[in-house]
Design a protein. Structure first.
Length: 266
């Protein structure tokens, strides 16, 4: 039986180790429902999950090749038990090598990283999506320059993996200004989200062009003083550039002001 072409996703992954903190988890029920529903939407068990997280940057598009990736607790000020979390999904060295070959064949820089472990942009949402940790997972780094066009190119290079059973997920946040949550975020996050919704509904060429100049959008730089949590969107869309977009999570008034969304392509 042939493997169907899998969609790609850009997800808003929530704050820190939220699934392990009851107070935070209780306030993120809409996000939790959306993440938990993704396996149903996909309808098959992926061969592997490729996460492109806003929490890993490198000089090139490096690929995690560890067969049993360790944990990276890349957050601060959370309860002690959140520094003992484990998400035991295996890596997939063979697919990591295949991915690296696709990246290099596209003329993009990258290398295998045999030491890198799961950051919270990966293990927090996956703990909700696949709580049994029974699907192999590996990551590709963002390039530190965070150039949108380069990350669209990365997505295009990864496109064949969608036909090989690999689920590509860009993990970030559609609003990421840690200095401005609550009421100050209400208007700029809503304006940027509206622009994002309208842009992703456009024909492929036009939406790609607009996203390459995302910082000209209403509320853009307030919503993303640094674009590390937005750029995974470009990778997910680049891997499904001609596919229609659909919003799979949308919430307003998060922490008293933030509007955030997640999207599926294909």
């Amino acid at each position: 039986m042939s493997i169907p072409t899998l969609p790609t996703y850009f997800i808003s992954h929530g704050g820190g180790p939220w699934p392990w903190i009851p107070e935070m988890r209780g306030s993120m029920q809409a996000l939790e429902r959306a993440l938990a529903d993704m396996p149903r939407q996909i309808a098959i068990t992926p061969k592997a999950i490729l996460m492109v997280s806003g929490h890993w940057e490198a000089e090139g598009f490096d690929v995690m090749s560890h067969p049993h990736p360790p944990m990276l607790y890349d957050y601060y000020g959370f309860p002690p038990h959140t520094y003992a979390i484990t998400y035991g999904a295996p890596g997939h060295p063979a697919l990591a090598q295949r991915t690296l070959e696709l990246i290099q064949a596209a003329g993009l820089p990258g290398r295998a990283d045999p030491q890198r472990g799961f950051d919270h942009g990966t293990f927090s949402p996956l703990a909700v999506m696949y709580p049994r940790a029974d699907v192999p997972v590996y990551q590709v780094a963002l390039q530190t320059r965070l150039n949108p066009e380069d990350h669209f190119a990365l997505g295009r290079a990864l496109r064949p993996l969608r036909d090989e059973g690999v689920l590509i997920v860009g993990s970030g946040l559609s609003y990421h200004n840690l200095r401005a949550y609550g009421p100050p975020a209400k208007e700029p996050s809503a304006a940027f989200d509206q622009w994002l919704q309208q842009t992703l509904a456009l024909p492929a060429t036009e939406r790609t062009t607009r996203l390459n100049h995302w910082d000209q959008a209403p509320g853009a730089r307030f919503s993303h003083p640094r674009e590390d949590h937005l750029i995974p969107l470009m990778v997910a869309l680049g891997a499904a550039e001609e596919a229609p977009a659909s919003c799979v999570y949308h919430e307003e008034g998060i922490r008293g002001g933030v509007t955030a969304s997640s999207f599926r392509f294909g």
